[in-house]
Design a protein around this ligand. Structure first.
Ligand code: 4AD
Ligand code: MG
Length: 462
C-alpha cells in the first residue's frame, strides 16, 4: 500500500478507507484498553491520532512506542469520537522502525528554550515550532522563484567563490588551499597567493550583485538567490555569518522602479504566506507572537512610507528620544533609529533613500548634490533593515573616481568597469535578506532560529 501523508489524510477525510501512514510519535496516552498515539510526519503542524486496541498488539511493541519513536501504521480512517480532530486511524498493523530511548531523548518535555534547542539543532526540526518555521521558509523560497519567473526575470547563478569584495567592506572569509602552517611569502613579506589554488587571493562572496549586474546588462531582468558570507563580528539577533540573499538586478530601471519592486515583492511574499501557510502561521501566532498575523495583514494593507535619509535624520533629531547611538547627518542609522521610524513614528514600513555617499558602497549612483547617493533601504517593523539596494552608477568616470577615492583595488574590477565602457545603461537592484524575511514572516525573535544550521561568531556546529 502507498503511504499517505498526514496532511492529505486530515484534508481528505475519506472515512472507511484503509490507509498506511508513517511518522514519529509525539505523545502516547493510555486509557483502559486503548492507547492513543499522536503521530506526526512533518507534512503539517497537525498530528494524526492513532487508536490502538491494547489487547490486539504485543505488550513489548506497545512499550516501545514512546515519544520520538518512528512507526508505520496500517489501519482504517474513521470519524473521531474525541475532540480536536475529525478523523483518526484505528490501527490494524504497526511496524516499529526505530525506538527512541525515553531516558536520553532530549525532546521529551514541551517548552524547551530556544537556546537549548539551538544546541540540539539536529533534532529541533521535530518540534512544532521548527516544523512550522521550516515549512514557511520553504514556501517563501518557492514564492521567490515564482514571483520572478512570472514576471520574466531570469535566475542567474552567481559564484560563491570570488576574487572581489562586492560591498567593499572587507568582511570576507578567505578561501585558500595554502598551508597555513607554512605560508609562502613575496619578497616584500606579503602572503604569496601565486601558488594558491586559483593563483590569486579569493574569498566567499558577500553578495552576488556585481556579477548580477553583468547579467542584467545583457538579459534585462535577473535575480540571484544564494548563500552569502560575512565575517563581521556582529553578535546580534539579526546577523548571521552565512545567510541567503535574493538580489534582483534590472537594466533600464531607476530608483523609483526599484522601490516599487521592493514593495510589491515583499507584499507578494506576505500574501503568499497568508494564503499558503495558514496553519503554521496560526500556530506561531498562538505560541510565539500574538501580533504576527495582524502585523502581516497590516503591512499588506498600507503603502510603505518613502522619504529621504535627510528627512529621517530631522525626525530622529526632533524626536526627543535618548539614543544609545548618536544621531546626526552623515552617521549610519542603527536598528534603534530604524525601528523608531517604522514602529513609533510612521507605524508602517519605510523606504529611506538618498543616503550620504560616505556611508554607502562604491557602486551607488551619485546624486547631483555631490553628497548623497541613490540608495534605498526598506525598513520593517520588528526587523529594521530588510532590503538594501540602489540605482547603480552607470557613468565610468564617476564610478572609477569613487573606487579610487575609497582605495579599492581598481584593477581587480576591470570586468565590472567594462560594462560601463561597452553599452552602459541605467540600472538598479537590491538585496533582500532571506532570513530577515523569515523572521518577519514567523514572528521568531532570533535569526539563528529561522535557518536550519546557523553560522555565527564562534559557532559552526553541525
Ligand atoms: O545591505 P546589504 O549589505 O546590501 C548588499 O549586499 C547589496 N549588494 C544588495 C544589492 O543591492 N544587490 O545586504 C542586503 C540585505 C540587508 O538588507 C539584510 O536584509 C541582509 O541582506 N543582510 C543580512 N542578513 C543576515 N545576516 C547578515 N549579516 C546580513 N547582512 C545583510
Ligand atoms: Mg545594507
Amino acid at each position: 500500500m502507498k503511504r499517505k501523508r498526514v496532511k492529505e489524510l486530515l484534508e481528505n477525510q475519506v472515512t472507511g478507507e484503509k490507509v498506511l501512514v508513517k511518522g514519529w510519535v509525539r505523545t502516547k496516552r493510555e486509557i483502559k484498553n486503548v492507547a492513543f498515539v499522536a503521530l506526526n510526519d512533518g507534512s503539517t503542524i497537525n498530528n494524526i491520532q492513532i487508536v490502538i486496541d491494547i489487547n490486539s498488539f504485543p505488550a513489548e511493541l506497545l512499550r516501545d512506542i514512546t515519544t520520538g519513536a518512528s512507526l508505520a501504521v496500517t489501519g482504517t480512517l474513521v470519524a473521531s469520537q474525541g475532540k480536536g480532530q475529525n478523523v483518526e486511524i484505528s490501527a490494524s498493523e504497526i511496524i516499529l522502525y526505530g525506538k527512541c530511548d525515553p531516558e536520553t531523548y532530549p525532546l521529551q518535555k514541551k517548552g524547551h528554550s530556544m537556546e537549548f534547542l539551538r544546541e540540539i539543532a539536529h533534532l529541533r526540526f521535530r518540534t512544532n515550532t521548527f516544523g512550522a518555521v521550516m515549512r514557511i521558509r520553504h514556501a517563501m523560497a518557492f514564492a521567490v522563484h515564482k514571483y520572478f519567473n512570472d514576471r520574466g526575470f531570469f535566475y542567474l547563478h552567481t559564484p560563491i567563490i570570488t576574487g572581489s569584495d562586492a560591498e567593499g567592506a572587507g568582511e570576507m572569509f578567505h578561501v585558500t588551499t595554502l598551508d597555513l602552517e607554512n605560508l609562502p611569502r613575496t619578497p616584500e613579506g606579503r602572503i604569496d597567493f601565486e601558488g594558491d589554488f586559483f593563483g590569486k587571493a579569493t574569498n566567499l562572496t558577500v553578495s552576488g550583485q556585481l556579477e548580477g549586474e553583468l547579467g542584467a546588462l545583457a538579459l534585462g531582468e535577473i535575480y540571484t538567490f544564494g548563500p552569502t558570507f560575512r565575517a563581521e563580528n556582529s553578535n546580534t539577533p539579526r546577523h548571521l555569518a552565512e545567510f541567503w540573499m535574493i538580489e534582483p538586478e534590472m537594466a533600464f530601471w531607476d530608483i523609483n522602479d526599484n522601490m516599487d519592486l521592493g514593495e510589491d515583492f515583499t507584499k507578494y511574499l506576505i500574501r503568499y504566506a497568508l494564503d499558503n501557510c495558514r496553519e503554521d502561521l496560526e500556530f506561531l501566532n498562538k505560541m510565539i507572537d500574538n501580533g504576527l498575523i495582524e502585523r502581516l495583514e497590516f503591512v499588506l494593507a498600507n503603502s510603505y512610507m518613502r522619504l529621504t535619509y535627510t528627512e529621517a535624520i530631522k525626525i530622529l533629531e526632533s524626536s526627543g528620544r535618548k539614543w544609545e547611538y548618536h544621531v546626526g547627518w552623515g552617521r549610519d542609522l542603527q536598528a534603534e533609529h530604524e525601528r523608531y521610524l517604522v514602529e513609533t513614528h510612521f507605524k508602517r514600513p519605510v523606504i529611506l533613500t538618498d543616503y550620504p555617499m560616505s556611508i554607502k558602497a562604491f557602486y551607488m549612483k551619485q546624486n547631483d548634490d555631490g553628497k548623497t547617493v541613490r540608495a534605498m533601504d526598506v525598513l520593517f517593523p520588528g526587523i529594521g533593515e530588510i532590503i538594501g539596494g540602489s540605482q547603480r552608477e552607470e557613468e565610468l568616470d564617476k564610478l572609477t573616481r569613487r573606487i579610487e577615492e575609497l582605495n579599492l583595488p581598481l584593477k581587480d574590477l576591470w570586468w565590472y568597469l567594462d560594462t560601463r565602457k561597452f553599452g552602459t545603461a541605467p540600472h538598479s537592484g537590491f538585496g533582500l535578506g532571506f532570513e530577515r524575511l523569515i523572521l518577519f514572516m514567523t514572528g521568531m525573535s532570533n535569526i539563528r532560529d529561522v535557518i536550519p544550521f546557523p553560522r555565527t561568531p564562534r559557532n559552526a556546529e553541525f
